[in-house]
Design a protein around this ligand. Sequence first.
Ligand SMILES: Nc1ncnc2c1ncn2[C@@H]1O[C@H](COP(=O)(O)OP(=O)(O)OP(=O)(O)O)[C@@H](O)[C@H]1O
Ligand SMILES: [Mg+2]
Length: 255
Amino acid sequence: MPTFDVYENKNQAVRDAYAMLAANIQINNKQHKQQLIIVTSCNPQEGKTTLAINLSIALANSGFNVLLIDTDMRKPEKAKRLYQNVQMGLSDYINGRIELSEAIIKTNINHFSYLASGRHDPNPIALLSSSRFEGLVEKIRKDQALDYVIFDTPALTSVADGALVASKGDAALIVAKMGYTKTPDLKRVKEQLERMNVTILGVVLNKVKKLDYKVHYRSYDYFFDAEHFYNNEAFGKKEAQNKKETLSKRDGILS
Ligand SMILES: Nc1ncnc2c1ncn2[C@@H]1O[C@H](COP(=O)(O)OP(=O)(O)OP(=O)(O)O)[C@@H](O)[C@H]1O
Ligand SMILES: [Mg+2]
């Protein structure tokens, strides 16, 4: 059976941030029931796929069985973040070319399986509004072994695909890009999700500039507040230097 390699973010601070998000989702899921979570945003390129992948990894690392479904059938395969000669997937299942058991593949990360979007199809709207897609969601809901199903979607306001998928979810995470996503658009997406009876878990603010992070979130800071550590007499000089180097390696956390 083929497996799929997913690469974990090497930056510990970034991993911690996703682990925190996964923990919050878990805390909110009081009845510990299976959840179908939609990762959505107002516009393209705000970070949905990045979040969907990393959230799946964080939940899987906490021991939950996670299935990530890529429902974005418009993006060329080579432009995919998770592309690995895995051509068959959702579109092929809906078109009856493969069985679900063949379409869902294991990844190199325990508890994390993946359903790729599949081969390019000229009409994703027809596929996502088909009874076969509806049936797939029902099958997944009946699968007691799955704790979380994460749907990566195209932006909600760009094409109808995103809305078709969102309507099938239990809950949604909205990704917003700092300094880019407009409040009225966010409001519209919120209202759209509410009309579909999808619970909004929250908004993930992505691509926060380090300076903004410092200005707005300093009191919550544990990534950037290490300076006073260096100035602490009790903190050995060598150790302080090591910490400083570690911190500079973490600079990739926020763009
Ligand atoms: N926190 C971040 N810091 C820096 N770059 C990021 C961050 N999140 C995402 N990116 C980059 O932004 C680009 C868009 O991200 P991604 O593909 O996750 O967005 P998307 O919302 O899924 O886009 P699309 O709507 O096209 O599917 C990618 O190049 C990704 O590497
Ligand atoms: Mg995407």
